[in-house]
Design a protein around this ligand. Sequence first.
Ligand code: AMP
Length: 184
Amino acid sequence: MLGPPGAGKGTHGKFLSKLRGVPHISTGAMLRDNIKERTALGQEAQKFVEAGELVPDRVMVGMVRDRLAKEESFILDGFPRTVEQGEALQEILKEQNKPLTHVVFLDVRDDEIVKRLTGRGREDDKPEIIRQRLKVYAESTRPLIKFYSDQGLLVRVDGNGSIEVNQQKVRRAVEAPAHSGWFN
Ligand code: AMP
């Protein structure tokens, strides 16, 4: 699941997880759990998450490699967030012999994103942190759209509008062959 903060990666990731009977793996949720449990990883990640910055790749890649090793297949949400992480994911999936089939890009307008995030009430959903997360998305994560589009793996879903309607678009997007274009 790829897209800006508030695009619905978590919501639709959980929906697909139920639909397909495979685990939903959210790196943001894993980090929040580690922070709550005060693990070594959580203590290292906390200041980045609270500031709306990316947790360093060195921490993320190890965490994801270990987690994916435990599952046959999965819906991955919130990783990769940089092209470097995208390259690391290719290596991990090759090692573990698990092909990537679809990259679902949830495309949502900026005004809609801000509206959704300000209504959510998560610790990192304060206005100045939201602004920072959107900036990080634009600079570091958005290049992954081209990265995956060039590989023929991207399916783009219009994520504006209601959850129910978007769920059906997401379902059709993963049923179609990758690179099938737009799901409006
Ligand atoms: P999310 O729940 O996906 O919105 O993630 C919440 C926060 O966790 C992000 O703002 C980052 O600080 C951190 N995070 C989640 N996934 C990653 C990742 N792949 N790389 C770096 N930081 C991440």
